[in-house]
Ligand binder design. Structure first.
Ligand code: ACO
Ligand code: ZN
Length: 497
């Protein structure tokens, strides 16, 4: 069995402790908090070896060998991983953890990412990216591993939209599903959690050191095995197995494939609980009330935490609505991604968390989710903005969506020879004026002209708009398929006690 250490492991016979150069490092010197140079996983066999500076977050022995959980400095936390000594450049001198003034050791549990904490000032979108980068630095987007995805079998269903039964899913017998679990459950009381949710919008996150180390390697979800990115508070026993088996329809989770198989024999669910409010071709959206479908929504939050680091909510799901995007085939509605939305947002947020499951990323689904969130805002007659801070991928996706929508409208206005103001753009798109301004600034589209400011699009911006539009032409939200009236909640329903 794997033994875990939070400090340096004892030397074992056969453990390499060589000094490969000057000044050199030994395995014994590599402890939590120090920085070493670690070889980056090659994407192609013939690629040259590349080493990056990385901080040691944890140490364990695995098969009698030391292993180090490393965070690559200035890179997103999703690239954190366990590495063996063979990937560490022992020839380079290590940076030791700074001694605290009280002499009590290093900085092993200092948060090195830029995750904001609940209650901290919200961050602006512009100039700042999400996790793993700091202000003013060039944002580095990881090369995400390409996860092979089989072609989805597309059908256009002719059945009426699905209506919610109003019942929450019941567990087939696994104690873990739907209950506050894992180390975080012990860290946060429900009262504290609700207070945080009330005072800060919607999100909570752990800043305990335990969450710095990823606890699961993989999820098994439908026909996919997906590598996880971040810590999520699944039950402790799941961490030993390192894989969690999830029913893709009801989101119940299991510790073994056998347990999941047994569940699948009984599980008759084929779509998320809730009303199907949109269906166009093979894409459907289901609206789920966190107050009514607590188990499903909590399991969804546990799942999404594996890929969303900087913010997420765990078990107080009452104040939120969840919009699940599915792709239909003859077997059912397969979840592609989702976003959550506060039932009432005092800050004017129209989206709290957004996720495309990794196996479906970079195919335009994130854009569809974002577009859908704005369609809802249009129906509500409101302007909205995503909750901050945005992650690096969130910022990229929003920037891309805002750019396309704004440039499209400006070109339309030019064609009609009509003037348009920032406020007009906001009223027509439901995009907040601050987001419009920041997008226009990023496009260098605001120019001084005869004492005032005008909007002007460069040829490059127009060319790239046409290219992106072409790319997205097959996947768009058609608002005529949205069957939805904005839900209204009484103040009593919004008390969440
Ligand atoms: N590298 C570079 N560009 C990327 C990447 C990437 N890894 N991922 C997305 N993009 C760009 C795309 O190129 C695209 O722009 P384009 O159409 O102009 O080329 C744009 O972002 C959107 O791409 P989609 O394929 O529509 O988005 P996807 O389905 O991959 O989903 C999302 C984007 C939801 C952000 C996804 O990456 C994700 O779930 N990430 C993990 C969770 C997360 O970070 N969520 C956002 C948190 S912020 C918040 O919740 C408010
Ligand atoms: Zn199920």
């Amino acid at each position: 069995m794997t033994q875990r250490f939070s400090a340096s492991p004892s030397p074992r016979p056969g453990t390499p402790t060589h000094r490969a150069g000057t000044p050199g490092t030994t395995a014994l010197e590599i402890v939590v908090g120090c920085k070493v140079f670690v070889e980056v996983k090659k994407e192609k066999k013939d690629e040259a070896r590349e080493f990056r500076k990385a901080e040691i977050l944890s140490v364990r022995t695995h098969n009698d060998k030391p292993e180090y959980y490393v965070h690559f400095v200035e890179f997103n936390k999703r690239l954190d991983e366990w590495v063996g000594l063979e990937r560490i450049d022992l020839a380079k001198e290590i940076e030791r953890p700074a001694k605290k003034r009280n002499g009590k050791g290093g900085n092993q549990f200092r948060d090195s990412d830029t995750s904001s904490r609940v209650g901290s000032p919200l961050r602006e979108v512009t100039g700042r990216s999400g996790v793993g980068t700091t202000v003013g630095q060039k944002r580095k987007i990881s090369a995400l591993e390409d996860i092979p995805t089989p072609n989805a079998k597309a059908t256009t269903p002719s059945t009426p939209l699905v209506e919610a039964t109003g019942e929450d899913y019941e567990d087939g017998g696994t104690p873990g599903n739907g209950t506050p679990l894992g180390p975080l459950a012990a860290t946060f009381s429900k009262e504290q959690e609700i207070e945080r949710l009330r005072t800060s919008g919607s999100m909570t996150q752990s800043h305990s050191e335990i969450s710095r180390v990823k606890n699961l390697e993989r999820i098994h979800f439908g026909e996919y095995d997906v590598d996880t990115w971040y810590f999520s508070p699944y039950p402790q026993e799941y961490s030993d197995a390192a894989v969690v088996y999830i029913c893709e329809f009801c989101l119940f989770h299991y510790i073994s494939e056998r347990q999941l198989r047994r569940h699948l024999q009984k599980c008759t669910v084929r779509h998320p609980p809730g009303n199907e409010i949109y269906r166009c071709d093979d894409i459907s959206f289901f609206e789920i009330d966190g107050n009514k479908q607590k188990t499903y929504c909590r399991n969804l939050c546990l799942l999404s935490k594996l890929f969303l680091d900087h913010k997420t909510l765990y078990y107080d799901v009452d104040p939120f609505l969840f919009y699940i995007m599915c792709q239909q085939d003859e077997f059912g509605c397969h979840m592609i991604g989702y976003f959550s939305k506060e039932k009432e947002s005092t800050e004017g947020y129209n989206l709290a968390c957004i996720l495309t499951l990794p196996q479906h990323q970079r195919k335009g689904f994130g854009r569809l989710l974002i577009a859908f969130s704005y369609e809802l805002s249009k129906k509500e007659g409101k302007v909205g903005s995503p909750e901050k801070p945005l992650s690096d991928l969130g910022l990229l996706s929003y920037r891309s969506y805002w750019t396309e929508v704004i440039v499209e409208l400006l070109l339309e206005m030019k064609e009609l020879n009509e003037d348009i103001t920032i406020e007009d753009i906001s009223a027509r798109t439901s995009i907040a004026t601050t987001d419009i301004l920041q997008t226009l600034q990023s496009l260098c589209a605001i120019k001084p002209y005869k004492g005032q400011q005008i909007l002007c699009l460069s040829d490059g911006v127009i060319a790239s708009y046409h290219k992106t539009k072409e790319k997205h032409k097959n996947r768009r939200i058609d608002e005529s398929f949205l069957k939805w009236t904005p839900p209204h909640f009484t103040s009593n329903q919004l008390r969440y006690i």
